[in-house]
Design a protein around this ligand. Structure first.
Ligand code: APR
Length: 254
């Protein structure tokens, strides 16, 4: 772990190496009003994931799983990007950040204007039929308060997200690993790093030579091991503070 002022250290690394990639989790959207999954008031407190969020649970009892999915959709649908999402767009426009890998399914990075977003766990804007694989825009088939939406063929529709027990689709997985292997700094924001394989991305980056900068109000499993620079605090405040002291892109690290 770095000594000295970690905020200065993070700003120096980001500006000096330029080719940073962000890995984001639910914590970056908390200030947009979408609660995280774990911890008090997390979605998993109300909907235990083994009952509501595995592919097996969905296939056995889709109506039950849709109670959780409807809540998540309503939360995502009513949310707007916050200052942390906007800060990542600013880092991109300053030539410092080249991509965002997100575990979130809320679409808020794209809504903020990030151009290269890898949706590791899919997104909520599409529904897919579990039988004929037809895709629909979510707003065409789902309305809050209704039962599980159905395809024209009669089968149940599932949001195009990765439930527990499902593999990560090949393209986002490959792209994310490639970004991790080739970035100079991995900026890890708002993830508890408890879910595989997303939690392996910081280690992949580190082993390939990247510096890992972590932003989170609480320490995680990464903090004492993989993280080089830990910036405690809320995503919007920390990203704003780093942006405020960021030297011009290309400034040497030391
Ligand atoms: N700013 C930054 N981080 C925050 C903030 C905030 N304002 N508020 C909370 N956090 C942190 C928490 O301290 C926690 O470490 O965000 C993290 C959220 O952790 P999780 O709820 O576990 O979310 P995440 O890591 O994204 O979960 C990974 O697990 O349940 C599955 O598929 C789901 O994509 C999700 C995956």
């Amino acid at each position: 772990m770095a000594r000295g002022d970690p905020f200065q250290e993070a700003a120096r690394l980001l500006a000096g190496r330029r080719n940073a990639v962000a890995l984001t989790g639910a914590g970056i959207s908390v200030e947009s009003g979408i609660p995280a999954f774990r911890g008090t008031h997390g979605l998993w407190e109300k909907f235990p994931p083994m009952e509501y969020a595995t592919i097996g649970a969905f296939m056995r009892q889709p109506e039950k799983a849709w109670r959780m999915l409807s809540e998540l959709l309503s939360l995502c649908g009513g949310a707007s990007p916050n200052a942390a999402h906007a800060g990542l767009v600013e880092l991109e426009s300053r030539g410092v950040l080249r991509a965002v890998i997100t575990q979130n399914v809320d679409g808020l990075h794209q809504a903020a204007g990030s151009r290269r977003v890898i949706e590791y766990h899919g997104n909520m804007k599409e529904l897919v039929c579990i039988s004929c694989w037809k895709h629909f825009p979510t707003r065409e088939r789902w309305k809050a308060g209704e039962d599980a939406p159905r395809c024209e063929c009669g089968e149940v529709l599932k949001p195009n997200i990765v439930l527990f027990g499902e593999p990560i689709p090949w393209i986002p997985q490959e792209r994310a690993e490639e970004e991790a292997r080739t970035c100079g700094v991995l900026l890890v924001i708002g993830t508890s790093a408890q879910v595989a394989p997303a939690c392996d991305i910081p280690r992949i980056a580190k082993e390939a030579g990247a510096a890992v900068v972590e932003i989170n109000p609480e320490e995680t499993m990464l903090t004492g091991s993989v993280t080089d620079v830990y910036l405690p605090g809320k995503a919007s405040e920390v990203v704003g503070r780093v942006l405020g002291i960021l030297p011009p892109a290309g400034t040497p690290e030391n």
